[in-house]
Design a protein around this ligand. Structure first.
Ligand SMILES: O=C(O)CCC(=O)C(=O)O
Length: 249
């Protein structure tokens, strides 16, 4: 389950790498059970409107806690691959469950995550995310779309679009043609590792089924946050045992 040298080279060229079936069906079932029946996601979910006012749900937290989400965030199959890709020691940054309801879940505008993490004071673009599909992610239900290699652009200007922060739309119109657009269709349990400057978007969910995912974000341990009120705990991300998720099943 550790990335090969080729996968690391793909990530460095493309800004992302997809690992099929990193989590087992039993682990995905346990995570989905917590989405549906647990308190954490229910208590934290809020809607974020896209440019047309359609909302996508997001439940976000910055602490690891002692629950199934912490177990997934400290899973060696994730954390050690993040270390391999960032090539340095990493800290947990935050986790977020993304909920695109059937027929109504809204879009996410083109953006780079470092577009807004820069505004939170992070000095270097040495952060990245692991997007864990909990449901099948398809074109119909608004899977993630990325521009292959766009992390090489560096950070673009961002502006408010709906309740979101989107990359400069006029610039996106021009540069979109320079890159291959990849629809990241994923089976449940698959994980997309992606760079914080990779341009990505997703369309509304037009299907009959929800599209749920868990995105885990990590920062390089020594990437400081310029702020009087740090929200980021600088300690090495713990690594749990490989079967920790199932202990919460
Ligand atoms: O869930 C999605 O479709 C996109 C989420 C996203 O772009 C983000 O959280 O940065």
């Amino acid at each position: 389950m550790y990335l090969s040298a080729k996968a690391v080279a793909d990530y460095e060229r493309d800004g992302f790498v997809l690992v099929p079936d990193l989590f087992t069906p039993a682990e995905v079932k346990a995570l989905l059970n917590d989405v549906e029946s647990g308190e954490k996601v229910a208590q934290r979910t809020r809607g974020v409107a896209d440019r047309s006012g359609r909302k996508a749900g997001i439940a976000l937290w910055s602490e690891l806690g002692d629950d199934i989400w912490a177990a997934a965030s400290t899973c060696p199959r994730i954390v050690n691959n993040i270390r391999i890709l960032l090539r340095e020691e990493v800290a947990f940054f935050h986790g977020k469950v993304m909920l695109k309801e059937a027929k109504s879940g809204g879009a996410w505008e083109w953006h780079q995550d470092y577009g807004y993490w820069y505004d939170q004071g992070y000095v270097f673009p040495r952060l990245m995310s692991a997007f864990v599909a909990l449901d099948p992610a398809t074109k119909e239900n608004g899977c993630l779309q990325v521009l292959r290699g766009s992390h090489q652009l560096g950070r673009l200007s961002h502006e408010a679009v709906g309740n979101q922060s989107g990359a400069d739309a006029r610039r996106i119109d021009k540069i979109e043609k320079l890159f291959e657009r990849v629809h990241c269709e994923m089976t449940p349990g698959s994980v997309l590792f992606f760079h914080c400057n990779l341009l990505h978007t997703s369309a509304p969910n037009e299907s009959e089924h929800p599209r749920r995912s868990f995105i885990i974000c990590y920062n390089a341990l020594d990437n400081p946050q310029l702020t009087d009120k740090p929200t980021f705990e600088q300690r090495p991300c713990p690594v749990s045992s490989d079967n920790a998720i199932l202990q919460f099943a």
